[in-house]
Design a binder for this molecule. Structure first.
Ligand code: C5P
Length: 243
């Protein structure tokens, strides 16, 4: 099934996760400059560096996926999402478990930030469904008597009701989510490994091509690029594998 992202060049659909310290992250951004379009800033890097790390990547021409997984009352999340988007971040995340009103607050926050910045488009709002570290037993322990897949589908429905941009999901769930959310939704999938790459601590992996075939709009890849001897060549190889 094609989707709204099918014709976007592969290099613009790969988000490089920079899970390292500031200096190494900047060095990687320099090495990948002109090739990669997106970088991911997670909590470790952001809480160490603050908004200046987003600005550092924006200055180098990157779009920034700011993965802070917000979860609080709607009023607080509206403010947090606005602040996150005002850093210049192009994509932010929040837990769908916070509820529809919270997601709607997040959307208002990014819309307000776009108006204030004079941006044509608001930052992309992505809902986190079920953390892949949670299995059925872990869900049962917090009172959720469903399989992870059932819970993912249920939460995707809440994201759809709230009209946020999309979700973060495993490549295995992407096809189901594409069905639920339709062709225009962002479906961003980590857990991606190029054919033949070391899986590291990822267990249920897909190749970049499989993730896109399953309906992912964007894929998140970290260590296969960042820990490569030549990160730029590793990035180019993945793009080549896709075209
Ligand atoms: O290095 P690697 O390619 O495994 O990095 C994947 C990135 O995606 C990391 O930043 C990781 O935190 C994130 N992630 C993940 N699995 C999830 C959610 C996020 O690997 N379920």
């Amino acid at each position: 099934m094609t989707n709204a992202f099918s014709n976007t060049p592969a290099a613009e659909r790969i988000i490089v996760a920079l899970d390292c310290g500031r200096d190494e992250a900047i060095e990687l951004a320099e090495k990948l400059r002109g090739r990669a379009r997106w970088v991911k800033v997670g909590m470790t890097l952001y809480y160490a560096c603050g908004p200046s790390i987003v600005a550092a990547f924006k200055q180098r021409g990157y779009k920034v996926f700011l993965d802070l997984k917000l979860h609080d009352i709607p009023f607080q999340i509206e403010g947090a999402a606005k602040s996150a988007a005002l850093t210049g971040a192009d994509m932010i995340t929040m837990h769908i478990a916070g509820g529809q009103a919270m997601l709607e607050g997040a959307q208002r926050g990014v819309d307000a930030a776009a108006a204030e910045r004079g941006d044509e488009q608001s930052a992309v709002t992505l809902g986190i469904t079920v953390l892949t570290s949670m299995d059925e037993a872990a869900l049962a322990q917090i009172g959720i008597e469903r399989t992870p897949a059932e819970q993912v589908a249920l939460l995707a429905g809440v994201a759809k009701e709230a009209s946020i941009s999309g979700v973060v999901a495993s490549p295995q769930e992407a096809a189901m989510l594409r069905e639920i959310l339709g062709p225009r939704a962002y479906i961003v999938t980590p857990g991606v490994r190029p054919a033949g790459a070391d899986k590291g601590d990822q267990s249920r992996v897909a190749t970049p091509a499989q993730a896109f075939q399953n309906g992912a709009s964007h894929i998140v890849i970290g260590r296969p690029i960042t820990k490569a001897v030549d990160p730029a060549a590793a990035f180019d190889d993945i793009v080549a594998e896709l075209s």
